[in-house]
Design a protein around this ligand. Structure first.
Ligand code: AHG
Length: 343
């Protein structure tokens, strides 16, 4: 265990290490004036992800594959698992008593819980839902903000805050293993679920995104719709130059959680640029781009629209979309220079 964990109490299960609960509690004990509500909120989010996982694992058997027949506010066919994940998160968060406002990809508008609650939670309950039926990696993405006045009656407009106001962000990846990536503003930690115990255990501390990688991740099928600058970047990164380590390898799952997680650990760049079909970009600012941007900046990475810092964008709508380019500092700089026409 690295020195950074020296202030933790001894692990509850020495052979397994520190649980997510231990880790968050230790953070609370180190925070002056902490009431335990933030810790309790994160524990509730952890519970929701484990309930979602229970259905994701059985999707093929529990008749959870396929569509409900409804269309959500995004104009996308709602998948049964999407709906289930959304309702689990809403129910668990409302029962926590700490959440005044909830914003979700699957809700037409942000909803106010029946009580004041100190926090705002914004989430994509199941990112990558088009991959559900083909058993590819999917996940839950979330961001937590503190309400400006927790005693006032909650208002849905409170969800429209810039990402720099985020106090915690994370994602739970339902893949070959289940991992929770979490930051509360003091670096990024990764917790792996032990399915036999039903607990997340600390598996990687203070994760840092390498300053440069060797992989790029984007949907090359959109090439014809990109700007000339982005096309030039795509051709450059595929070009042969042994000294500069090009061509980069190309990896693309089509689930932001999966493509971002690989980029966080291995370095490189993920890009979903604006294009002629989606001039504002495809990915959603409040519950996809912002939480990922907060995580990457906490890990020494970068997250931009291609010209602006994601966390500085001022939201005007719950489902606002944005171009998203994130990853290693040097790789993102190359992209920004090409996109601006400087290379
Ligand atoms: P969905 O949840 O509808 O599958 O969308 C997933 C998002 C994001 O997770 C991923 O990075 C992106 O859409 C993939 O979009 P394309 O399929 O257009 O490449």
């Amino acid at each position: 265990m690295s020195d950074s964990n020296s202030h933790f109490p001894p692990p509850v299960a020495p052979e397994r290490g520190t649980t997510l609960r231990d880790h968050v509690l230790a953070g609370m004990r180190a925070a002056p004036g902490a009431t335990g509500e933030f810790t309790s909120l994160l524990s509730h989010i952890s519970l929701a992800t484990r309930i979602i996982l229970s259905r994701v694992r059985q999707a093929g058997l529990a008749n959870m594959l396929g569509y409900t027949g409804e269309i959500n506010v995004q104009g996308e066919a709602v998948q049964k698992l999407d709906e289930f994940a959304n309702s689990v998160l809403i129910n668990v968060l409302e029962r926590s008593g700490h959440c005044g406002i909830i914003g979700s990809e699957e809700l037409d508008a942000a909803r106010t819980a029946g009580h004041p609650g100190k926090y705002i939670v914004l989430f994509d309950p199941l990112d990558g839902s088009s991959n559900i039926d083909v058993v590819s990696t999917i996940g839950t993405i979330f961001a937590v903000l503190r309400r400006v006045d927790p005693t006032s009656p909650p208002s849905s407009s409170e969800a429209l805050r810039p990402g720099r106001d985020i106090i915690a962000a994370g994602y739970c990846l339902y893949g070959p293993s289940t991992v929770m990536v979490l930051t509360t503003g003091q670096g990024v930690n990764i917790f792996t679920l032990d399915p036999d115990v039903g607990e997340f255990f600390l598996s990687q501390s203070n994760v840092m995104c390498p300053p440069r990688g060797s992989l790029y991740s984007c949907n090359e099928g959109n090439f014809a719709r990109w700007t000339d600058g982005v096309k030039n970047w795509s051709n450059w990164i595929k070009g042969e130059d042994k000294e500069e380590g090009r061509p980069y390898g190309h990896r693309y799952v089509g689930s932001l959680v999966a493509d971002a997680h690989r980029t966080l650990l291995k370095g490189g760049i993920f890009a979903y640029p604006a294009d002629s079909k989606s001039p504002a970009g495809k990915l959603r600012l409040l519950y996809e781009a912002n939480p990922m941007a907060f995580i990457f900046e906490q890990a020494g990475g970068v997250a931009t629209t291609g010209s602006e810092r994601i966390l500085d964008l001022a939201p005007t709508a719950l489902h606002q979309r944005t171009p998203l380019v994130l990853g290693s500092r040097d790789d993102v700089k190359d992209y920004v220079d090409f996109a601006a026409g400087n290379r």
